[in-house]
Design a binder for this molecule. Structure first.
Ligand code: SF4
Length: 231
């Protein structure tokens, strides 16, 4: 197995997983990702935040970690995470189960700093997104998730294109696998941070509820939750 390290430029890493379990492959991937410093953030505390899931069928992809996440060394550790895990619990998966069974990735993996507007975190620049993309590509290649959950506008447009959120949230989509294998189901969620007011609009709230009901169905079909779990 090869993996991109601190000095590489964003091309790769490439993996050969035949003969290696997903768990071993992900362990090596996460070790390489944790050492990545491609973006050259000046604060030594700003390091990649990684998922703890090692045998996932599901991937969740957010935007980028916040300051709370780098302190806690786990994704969605702050207020947005509490909202996200409350949503996933409504779909039948509590936080502990979600952290174990859902690989939590992001468009970029290091805290980008505060937004110049003072509201929320800075959106990673296109250059940072490009530098970080190979980690996500490698995870998609390794995990071949049956179900993808993009969270927030940036991640949703990465998988479903730059369409309005109300056309995408509340529906189940399909995405061809890179290797021509089985289609992955894609069920988007709005970002749970308070920085976006999208979710507070009643008609959008109804779309969120539909996404959670669809997720509950998928979690049960994948055997992640009891068959009779209610959403
Ligand atoms: S944001 Fe991504 S590419 Fe940039 S240093 Fe962090 S892990 Fe590496």
């Amino acid at each position: 197995m090869g993996a991109g390290g601190p000095g590489d430029t964003g091309v790769g890493p490439r993996y050969e997983v035949s003969g290696a379990s997903l768990e071993c492959a992900l362990r090596a991937h996460v070790a390489a990702l944790s050492a990545c410093r491609r973006c050259g953030f000046s604060d030594p505390a700003v390091v990649p935040v990684v998922s703890r899931a090692r045998a996932p069928l599901v991937m969740l992809v957010g935007q980028a970690p916040g300051q709370v996440e780098i302190g806690a060394s786990r994704p969605f550790a702050g207020r947005a995470g509490r909202t996200l895990f409350r949503w996933l619990a409504r779909a039948g998966l509590d936080e502990a189960a979600a952290r174990d069974q859902v690989y939590i990735a992001a468009i970029t993996r290091c805290y980008p700093g505060p937004s110049p507007s003072g509201r929320g975190d800075r959106v990673p620049s296109p250059h940072e997104q490009e530098l970080c993309a190979s980690w996500l590509e490698a995870e998609l290649e390794l995990i071949k998730p049956a179900l993808l959950i993009p969270v927030g506008r940036l991640a949703i447009s990465r998988f479903l294109g730059p369409r309005p959120m109300h056309e995408l949230v509340g529906r189940r989509h399909e995405r061809p696998a890179a290797d021509g294998g089985e289609l992955a189901r894609v069920i988007p969620l709005p970002h749970p941070s308070g920085a976006s007011s999208w979710v507070n609009v009643p008609r959008n709230r109804a779309l969120l509820n539909r996404s959670l009901a669809l997720l509950g169905h998928e979690f049960r079909a994948l055997g992640l939750t009891p068959a009779l779990a209610r959403v």
